[in-house]
Unconditional design. Structure first.
Length: 199
């Protein structure tokens, strides 16, 4: 009897350790839905530069729902795919998604100047505003949004960025409403956007 009890305690302890480990891993490296709780207020103040070279602040996210994606223009796959998909979702939604504002915030502000952001984003759509600016301020915004990114050196001396790949959805009152995961189906993504648009 005693052996059974010890074994079950060992199992429970292991399980607890595994869960704690997973939670710690998630809080450090996580970029998924679970790293943020629904309805968390997202109104962290910021002062950055939009792709037209104008100052942009947290006010740009107030008063209408927003879809926010962090990435960088040198991204080989995730960012171009996501921007392309966002463009097609907004096209397909038409009037239904018209009140949603969309933002592409760079995690690589050293290379992504406003000009670079503008030509990159406008290649996909005129529905998304690129945001860049002082690297220190971008870093603060990333922290506030619990976005992960990390510079990864490449063999040729260049570098790429690992980064959170979800589109974050925020309502008109600045409350976090969930994410659209990378690779999510167009139907699901548009359903989420429809819900977001309705508020
Ligand atoms: Ni990317």
């Amino acid at each position: 009897m005693r052996t059974v009890r010890i074994i079950s305690w060992a199992a429970v302890s292991l399980l607890i350790a595994a869960i704690a480990g997973a939670l710690i891993y998630q809080s450090i490296f996580g970029g998924s839905d679970r790293s943020m709780i629904a309805d968390t207020k997202m109104g962290a103040p910021f002062e950055l530069i939009d792709h037209n070279g104008e100052v942009i602040t947290e006010k740009a996210l107030e008063g209408q729902p927003s879809a926010v994606f962090f990435g960088f223009t040198h991204c080989p796959e995730v960012c171009p795919t996501t921007l392309y998909e966002m463009a097609t979702w907004f096209d397909a939604l038409g009037e239904e998604g018209k009140n949603i504002r969309a933002f592409f915030i760079t995690v690589d502000p050293e290379r992504d100047t406003p000009d670079v952001m503008k030509s990159y984003v406008e290649n996909f759509t005129d529905r998304i505003t690129g945001i860049t600016g002082d690297p220190e301020k971008v870093e603060q915004l990333k922290k506030a949004w619990r976005v992960y990114s990390k510079r990864v050196p490449l063999e040729d001396g260049d570098y790429t960025m690992d980064h959170t790949a979800s589109v974050m959805l925020v309502d008109a009152e600045g409350r976090f409403k969930g994410t659209i995961a990378y690779g999510e189906s167009a139907d699901t993504a548009m359903e989420k956007l429809r819900r977001l648009a309705k508020g």
